[in-house]
Design a protein around this ligand. Sequence first.
Ligand code: ZN
Length: 172
Amino acid sequence: MVPSESCPGCGFVWDDISSEEIPARTASATDAFVDVISSNGANVGVRPSPERWSILEYGSHMRDVFLSIRERIVKASIEDEAIGQPIYRDERVNLGFYKLDEPEETARELTASSKLFVRTFLALPDGDSERRFAYSPISPQKVTILWAAAQALHESEHHLGDVRENLRLLNA
Ligand SMILES: [Zn+2]
């Protein structure tokens, strides 16, 4: 994944995103995501197929994405050769770290983590959004803090599409 690419799944183009639009778009995607978790009863815990996450698992992932990117942003703002901590997205699910997550609590945490991410991004010292760092030890490509913030927005919009697709699959 390099900064100029577009997402093959949802068409998101990281370079097209300005820092001004990140807070409102992230809040809007988060609200819609929380709405899906809160209004679909037991369906939120059901995987439409064995290899596809449940709505709740996507919600737990999204909560951790906001927290993870927030930490990357803080680190990149402080260290000159920062390397972001990988999120280990699949391992968190496969090792069972989400098995105690309940819908109501996860929805609240998702809202809180989204707000924490946005507030941290808004509080960045002037000029820091252009600071570069290695997003993770496995991707040598350096990105800017603005790119990482756009990635948080991308994940929230992309996975909102995923959970809506889950609803479509479950109701088919
Ligand atoms: Zn996408």
